[in-house]
Design a protein around this ligand. Structure first.
Ligand SMILES: [Zn+2]
Length: 232
């Protein structure tokens, strides 16, 4: 390679390496989030997917930091502080539904709560985040990338019922406003929360738990993140 080309190549590579994505594992051991239709805590789903997203983001040449992976980060504001030097904050979660939609079934001789009513991913941004415009651009890019990979937005968080009412910021790509979500409004960087799938849904729980689907979600998320971060 001629020196000039090498110089240009290195400059481009190092500019991209300086971009760091903070990937936050939603919840912690004492409060592990939702419980799946088969009794698995959301934290376990979040950990596995966050690790796959981290690999996929790194694979695209971006820097990463994983937050809350040990399960001990109980203070939400510390998550934002830990990511202060990052360029983007992505909180990884899996979804449930409002309690009145839950039914019961027996799995492995244990009665469990489930609801097959809804499925799909959703994305949230806060209008109280200092970089709301860029947060929304990134959320839309992630949603678009997930749709192109064959996943569908759940859409039910916009329903006009107690506990939901999260207005659409970008309906087509499954993005809602959720202004008071602490990790989003306290983040000092553009921030997006991903609900990757509905784990109280019996079919979707199995799908998002499979390595194949997880890797497809991770690859799509990484593609969306890279696209939005390099667009500026
Ligand atoms: Zn959660």
């Amino acid at each position: 390679m001629r020196p000039l080309f090498l110089l240009v190549f290195c400059a481009a590579a190092s500019a991209q390496a300086r971009t760091t994505v903070a990937i936050d594992v939603g919840h912690f051991i004492e409060e592990p989030g939702a419980t799946s239709a088969r009794g698995r805590p959301e934290l376990d789903f979040n950990r596995e997917l966050a690790a796959d997203i981290e690999s996929a983001v790194r694979g695209r040449g971006l820097g990463t930091m994983l937050i809350g992976a040990d399960g001990f980060m109980s203070q939400l504001a510390r998550r934002a502080a830990a990511a202060a030097d990052a360029d983007f904050f992505l909180s990884v979660h899996h979804d449930s539904v409002q309690p009145h939609f839950l039914e019961t079934w027996e799995h492995d001789r244990v009665e469990r709560a489930f609801s097959d009513r809804y499925s799909g991913f959703s994305l949230f941004v806060s209008r109280k985040n200092a970089a709301v415009k860029r947060s929304l651009t990134c959320a839309s890019a992630i949603g678009e990338s997930l749709r192109h990979a064959g996943f569908s937005p759940s859409l039910y968080h916009a329903d006009p019922i107690p506990g939901e009412n999260k207005p659409f910021a970008d309906r087509r790509n499954g993005v809602h406003y959720y202004d008071n979500l602490i990790v989003l409004k306290t983040a000092r960087t553009p921030a997006v929360l991903l609900e990757a799938g509905v784990i109280v849904n019996r079919d979707e729980e199995l799908k998002v738990q499979s390595e194949e689907t997880r890797k497809r979600i991770a690859a799509a998320v990484a593609q969306g993140v890279e696209r939005c971060l390099t667009r500026f």
